[in-house]
Design a protein around this ligand. Sequence first.
Ligand code: HEC
Length: 109
Amino acid sequence: MASFFALMGALLLTVPAFAQSEVREQALIHMVRQDCGACHGMRLTGGLGPALTREALTNKPLESLAATIYNGRPGTPMPPWRAMLSTDDARWIAQQLLAGFPEETRTMP
Ligand code: HEC
């Protein structure tokens, strides 16, 4: 019985945390499509900035992509995003780019 309550407690703690990160991930996907898309293309296939598709980024290290997003590239138009993103956010976006960036879903309220 004690383990039943421990399990329920764990579930109650886990579910809202998961829902929260889902919302954050949707917000990040929206931001990348809008703000990054302005330079990297609506399909992320390149514009002023280079393509950010899975194919284009093959062999680029995750850490260097995350650092580029967080710090920008001085001397190029690529701006730093540290005012808007945490290092974890930048890393998450870099991971998604390497895997093929997800489409926006319309499940937000
Ligand atoms: C004002 C235009 C601009 C915006 C907005 C912009 N970028 Fe960039 N980005 C660039 C340019 C230009 C480069 C190439 C820099 C260089 O010459 O090294 C670049 C490079 C990059 C790279 C490195 C690509 C590679 O092949 O090494 C990544 C990753 C990246 N941008 C991600 C993003 C993300 C994610 C966002 C949105 C949070 C974003 N960029 C917003 C212009 C932009």
